[in-house]
Design a protein. Structure first.
Length: 87
């Protein structure tokens, strides 16, 4: 009977640790994805500004434009270019 209690306790502890790991790893995954998308957005903006320099057109590189380009990708870059043309 005592073996059953030990096994049940170990199983309960394993489930609690699994749930705790999921709760703690979720924000880390979100931060990692944010950093990765920001790096990709920065690279796209730098490439756009490099080629746009030939046409005397550039988009300022700041945290907002990097996040927009990172989250939305190519459509975000086109959106930023349209905003730059309008304003």
């Amino acid at each position: 009977m005592e073996t059953v209690n030990i096994v049940m306790g170990a199983f309960f502890l394993a489930v609690i640790l699994l749930i705790l790991a999921q709760v703690l790893l979720q924000p880390i995954k979100l931060v990692w994805k944010l950093l990765l998308n920001s790096a990709i957005g920065l690279a796209m903006l730098m490439a756009f500004n490099y080629f746009g320099g030939y046409f005397d057109f550039s988009i300022p590189v700041n945290i907002i434009t990097v996040l927009i380009a990172g989250f939305l990708g190519i459509p975000g870059l086109i959106l930023l270019a349209c905003f730059k043309l309008i304003i």
